[in-house]
Design a protein around this ligand. Structure first.
Ligand code: PLP
Length: 483
């Protein structure tokens, strides 16, 4: 088969060319009724294939033709038994991964550096979470990874754990030793699920860490849209091995997927898959090359430290995705947040800032003619932004994992009341609070609020870090379980 064969995109183009009059959804009818600004933005070609045609372009809930073929090609590419397109992002893929792999009441081990979608999955599936805190690195003010030894200790203590869900690589590209963890997890008869949102490009070149599936995971959810060429919100779920029933996982995916998926989004997954099938190694290595350029330029600025492979071996970090470029700007006397603001004013938007660091996300698309000038501009802006007097930067330390009084699902559905956050010590939270970064939930529904938690949240808010998820403005109030 030709590497640039794209069954779904090809079928969409064929439909567009046939110029069929659409007496079907969507209401804009191939762009005829679309808002003029939207038309100008998307163009007639894109609107003509914004169709929702189950029979002719296949049905994601029961794929038999183009979607089936496109998903099979994705499975071949990623070495999976089955792959599923997830037009509701890795959030949807994680919800399905958990719903399809575990049963209500099961215990799941989760390193606490989990994205909020993992807590969502635990609520949906009615699981009992057991947490593990990843190591923390004082020099970088970053949380690291978890080790197989830590996993084994918890699993020996709690042999009824049925599943483990790790995040690898983390946002900063730090990968866990998934192979060793898989051994421990399987040795205890459990399944290993990996939030690989930041790793759809792994496994294509030895310059990057191996993928979760290559390392023995039973399932991996990947944000194809974050690093590869799919449109935003397009992800994939892959499963491999006998630990998971493929048909049951398909049912779980169907449960959390719209019946009207946007074909432009689905087609973009087919396109991204095809790019990687045709020249995955080359593209990944282009990303590494571009990232290397940025690393070298940043390292030339006195006061900036760039996270490199020295981190391997510390706190469970087994490998580093070097396309994630983390620059610690504390030596410039400014916070990562300030650095992000300065760069934005200079026309550069970064992936993430935290009190100490700026994270630049580099992909194959950055191996372009513009990029050397961009690297120079970043270095110049940061150099000019330095403060002569050293800023005293106190980075709040995450409080201990709170006591879990109720499982998240019970807390989510329990009757609640809204009270002042300052008055909530000792109460059971109905809400989830996480600051991104570090992306570690401070509170999960069902956990007891402490004064350390309130103080931490206040300090993080004062630093200007955004809270992920629906919480009250400035955390003035919080919803707790009604007494
Ligand atoms: C570690 C991690 N997991 C899952 C997600 C959710 O991914 P998506 O935005 O594709 O739903 C994110 C998003 O930032 C993430 O960082």
């Amino acid at each position: 088969m030709l590497p640039n064969y794209k069954p779904l995109l090809d079928a969409m183009e064929k439909y567009r060319k046939a110029k069929v009059y659409p007496l079907h959804t969507p209401g804009h009818k191939g762009g005829r009724g679309a808002d003029a600004d939207l038309s100008a933005l998307l163009g007639a070609k894109a609107l003509a294939v914004d169709v929702s045609l189950m029979s002719e372009l296949d049905d994601i809930h029961h794929p038999t033709t183009y979607i089936k073929e496109a998903q099979n090609l994705a499975a071949d590419l990623y070495g999976a038994d089955r792959s599923f397109f997830a037009p509701n992002g890795t959030t949807g893929a994680i919800h399905a991964m958990v719903l399809g792999a575990l049963n209500p009441g099961d215990k799941i081990l989760i390193p606490r550096n989990a994205h909020r979608s993992v807590v969502g999955a635990v609520i949906l599936a009615g699981l009992k979470p057991v947490y593990l805190l990843p190591a923390y690195d004082e020099d970088w003010s970053l949380s690291l990874q978890v080790t197989a030894k830590q996993m084994a200790e918890v699993m020996d203590r709690e042999p009824d754990i049925k599943g483990v869900l790790i995040t690898s690589p983390n946002y900063y590209g730090m990968a866990a030793d998934v192979k060793a963890i898989a051994k421990v997890v399987h040795g205890h008869g459990a399944v290993l699920l990996v939030d690989e949102a930041h790793g759809p490009h792994l496994g294509f070149s030895t310059m990057l860490p191996p993928s979760a599936l290559q390392s023995g995971a039973d399932a991996a959810a990947q944000s194809t849209h974050k690093i590869l060429g799919a449109l935003t919100q397009c992800s994939m779920l892959h499963i491999k091995g006998s630990g998971i029933n493929g048909d049951h996982m398909a049912a779980a995916m169907s449960l959390v997927t719209t019946t009207s998926p946007n074909y432009l989004l689905l087609g973009s997954l087919d396109g991204a898959r095809s790019q990687m099938a045709a020249k995955g190694k080359e593209l990944v290595e282009q990303a590494v090359k571009a990232a290397e350029k940025l690393r070298r330029t940043l390292e030339s600025v006195q006061g900036i430290k760039v996270l490199g492979k020295e981190i391997i071996g510390k706190g469970g970090v087994a490998d580093l995705d070097v396309t994630k470029v983390t620059a610690n700007v504390q030596g410039l006397g400014i916070t990562g947040i300030r650095a992000g603001e300065l760069l934005r004013k200079a026309g550069i938007a970064v992936e993430l800032v935290d009190p100490a660091n700026v994270l630049f996300l580099v992909t194959y698309a950055d191996d372009n003619r513009e990029f050397p000038e961009i690297c120079q501009r970043i270095a110049a802006v940061l150099n000019q932004g330095r403060k002569t007097e050293k800023a005293s930067l106190t980075i709040p330390r995450l409080p201990d994992i709170p006591e879990q009084k109720l499982i998240p699902r019970e807390a989510f559905f329990a009757q609640g009341e809204t009270i002042a956050f300052a008055q909530s010590i000792g109460r059971i939270s109905k809400e989830q609070i996480s600051f991104y970064p570090p992306g570690i939930p401070v509170l999960v529904p069902g956990e007891i609020i402490t004064k350390e938690i309130i103080a931490y949240c206040r300090s993080m808010l004062a630093l200007g870090l955004p809270i992920s998820g629906p919480v009250s403005e400035n955390l003035a109030t919080i919803e707790v379980i009604k007494l």
